[in-house]
Design a binder for this molecule. Structure first.
Ligand code: ADP
Ligand code: MG
Length: 577
């Protein structure tokens, strides 16, 4: 047996699946298919009063065996909830009494969502009441649905009145070139990575099913003509990465932002602090002059360092609400964390030890550089292990292929740079390994929190192992804080970084405190409501349902009428342009 076959036999004996090599020649000949071209429900409303079911699409949207389902540790998601801002949101307890559109409620059921997560319990009524929102909640706590559900529900009943033009693509005479329209989305969702955009798009496809609302997804790497084709069929909910979105906004015959009612920034702290400030200003300003006073702005993330919060508030209306589940930046208690001391040159062997000494499971390995990712991938591949890899220099086709194979378990080991650190929601990731810890000057401890949050999602438990050595000293105090907070063992080499009190210490000021003595802060936070306890499935503190028996005919009683609640465009937008 040659060395390769021997390695393969060993890996398989240990339970790892067969490694597969990509045949790039064959692939080059096949027409690529992009995640952004995935089928959406198409209904123009001309065909009758009731949107018909589409069994095969339903199967694809809701019955995908690889889709994440809630785990049994779901109740661990309930944590104390903090609110700040001039209005106090009364949380809702159940989807059924949240005043949601009946069609949306059906879609929520098809998704298999039974109980709300804490963040959903607050953002759903807040959006329905028409407030700008900054929402902070742990990784894997359903933030995507927390913004999509209320927004889509609000629009479902009004789609016909509000939506832009669209061709009848179900008509036999439909000609995609001749009948193309300029897209006028009602909702724009922006996020930092292409993979995350695909994921949000998929959630939007599920929630818009059997409605007039048509989601479209645009991100870099996919030929522009594919985006143009999809936008040309009409677009109500646009999910995009910032670069591609700004490219499209510069082509006003293809995309107009004038009808946008909701602008949502996911992974907002990253977007505010990444290299996207120009794009973000452009997007938040609505490009071609969206002068709609009813326009709502929302920002979501699991981490929100004070500086990002200051920036975020510049975009918010006066009556914005800030909702925080647990501490901003706290990591998930459902993730068991180990930090082990490993010198740089011992890392390959240490990784191999883990992969060969433990039960095989879907494993995500973070390495900091592109070059490092490829090296680790090569090394493991030679050891017979089924690996694939992700980094920003791979072609879009390769990125989609790698994610697909990891998702389906064809290659259960994914080596990636930080680009897979945020937002990615893949079922059954059992183990996250920080082969390299994030650097203090890079994403720092917040990036650590996001990375380990790829496991232990929505009521599942997971593991994270991090290789630490003297190079990571800048991260040590933050790491110790997280370990203390989540009651994880502190290894001896991290003992010197423990705070004197022996307790986790976080600088987690309220927005009011941030304002004090801070000349550049512009946020209004007038009242704060600390520590509203959201306890488990049964009772939400002193909460009452916001509306009566799911009566869609009326919005929750706190809302004056069916009209859009006027929210003056945040002053900061003009100031920033
Ligand atoms: P976050 O953005 O907070 O990290 P996601 O929005 O990616 O989390 O959601 C994580 C997973 O939880 C997704 O697979 C989603 O389908 C699922 N999910 C969301 N809300 C619920 C719910 N109420 N019940 C069960 N599963 C849910
Ligand atoms: Mg998310």
């Amino acid at each position: 047996m040659d060395a390769d076959s021997e390695a393969l036999a060993r890996a398989q004996a240990h339970g790892w699946s067969d490694k597969s090599k990509l045949d790039y020649g064959a692939i080059a000949l096949a027409a690529p298919s992009w995640a952004s071209d995935a089928q959406v429900y198409e209904w123009t409303g001309d065909e009758g009063e009731v949107a018909p079911a589409n069994a095969s699409l339903e199967e694809r949207l809701y019955k995908d065996v690889h889709h994440q389902r809630a785990g049994t540790a779901f109740s661990a998601l309930d944590l104390s909830v903090t609110q700040e801002g001039p209005v106090r949101i009364v949380p809702v307890t159940q989807f059924e009494n949240a005043g949601l559109h009946p069609r949306l409620l059906e879609n929520v059921k098809l998704c298999g969502y039974e109980k709300m997560t804490a963040i959903q319990a607050y953002t759903i009524p807040a959006v329905i009441m028409g407030h700008d929102i900054i929402a902070i909640a742990q990784t894997g706590s359903g933030k995507t649905a927390a913004y999509l559900i209320p927004v889509i529900s609000k629009l479902m009943g009004k789609a016909r009145k509000l939506q832009g033009p669209r061709p009848n693509i179900n008509s036999p005479d439909y000609d995609p070139r001749r009948d193309r329209v300029c897209a006028e989305p009602l909702v724009v969702i922006v996020c930092p990575t292409r993979e995350l955009a695909q994921q949000i798009f998929n959630e939007a496809r599920r929630l818009c099913y059997r409605s007039l609302l048509r989601p479209v997804c645009c991100y870099g790497g996919v030929p522009l003509r594919n985006n143009i084709q999809e936008l040309g069929k009409g677009c109500d909910v646009l999910v995009a990465t910032p670069g591609r979105l700004c490219d499209l906004m510069n082509k006003p015959h293809l995309l107009s932002m004038k009808g946008v009612k909701f602008t949502i920034i996911d992974e907002a702290d990253e977007m505010l602090h990444g290299d996207w400030s120009d794009e973000l200003n452009n997007i938040m300003g609505g490009g071609d002059a969206n002068e709609d006073a009813d326009h709502l702005y929302m920002m979501f993330s699991a981490t929100f360092p004070p500086e990002s919060r200051r920036l975020a508030r510049e975009y918010m209306a006066q009556d914005y609400v800030r909702i925080r589940v647990g501490r901003a930046g706290s990591s998930h208690r459902n993730v068991k964390q180990d930090v082990v001391y490993v010198e740089e040159d011992a890392k390959p062997n240490a990784l191999l030890d883990i992969l060969f000494n433990e039960e095989p499971c879907r494993t995500l390995v973070f390495v900091n550089s592109t070059y490092g990712v490829e090296n680790v991938d090569d090394y493991l591949f030679q050891k017979g292990l089924p690996t694939t890899f992700m980094h920003g220099k791979r072609s879009q086709f390769e990125r989609e292929d790698a994610m697909h194979k990891f998702k389906t378990g064809d290659t259960p080991i994914l080596i990636s740079t930080h680009i897979s650190g945020r937002g990615i929601d893949i079922a059954n990731i059992g183990h996250v390994i920080n082969y390299d810890l994030p650097s203090g000057v890079g994403g720092g401890i917040d990036e650590y929190v996001h990375r380990i949050g790829r496991t232990g999602r929505i009521g599942h438990v997971g593991r994270a192992t991090s290789f630490y050595n003297d190079r990571n000293e800048d991260l040590a105090p933050g790491l110790v804080n997280i370990l203390l907070e989540t009651q994880q063992p502190i290894p001896d080499f991290l003992e010197p970084f423990k705070p004197e009190s022996g307790l986790a210490e976080f600088d987690d000021k309220s927005d009011e405190e941030l304002d004090e003595g801070d000349a550049c802060a512009t946020g209004p936070a007038k009242a704060s409501e600390e520590g509203t306890k959201a306890t488990g499935g049964e009772i939400w503190g002193d909460s009452k349902p916001v509306t009566g028996a799911g009566d869609w005919g009326h919005e929750p009683s706190v809302v004056a009428d069916d009209a859009w609640v006027a929210a003056p465009a945040a002053a900061g937008i003009e100031a920033k342009s």
